[in-house]
Ligand binder design. Sequence first.
Ligand code: ZN
Length: 118
Amino acid sequence: MARCDEGYLCSVCGAPVETLAESELYLRYVAGWIDRELLHTAPDRHLQCNPALAQFIVDPRFEPVVCEGPFAKEELDPEFVREREELLTRAWQRLLELQGTSTVIDEYPLGTNRDVSC
Ligand SMILES: [Zn+2]
């Protein structure tokens, strides 16, 4: 399977995850939740295919996702929801910025001000 050449297939719906801004894996990476090494081994999903995560992205450019059941925002602690919305919305906006740029992958995550090369 030529996974590297073809990008990732969504582990939920099976369709390719074609852009950064629809990738759950990269959103987690930019948010600082996963290590760079995992980017090439962890399964990816469309954000739209993971409502429990995507419901926290609040941006007019992002098609809103409604999550139902025990992980719905309405069921969660408001403070937790606020923090998560802030983080994941920022992370998603960063993915939009990164699309089409030549930013190196190490500089994707939020809060890593590695402008100075070591
Ligand atoms: Zn999908």
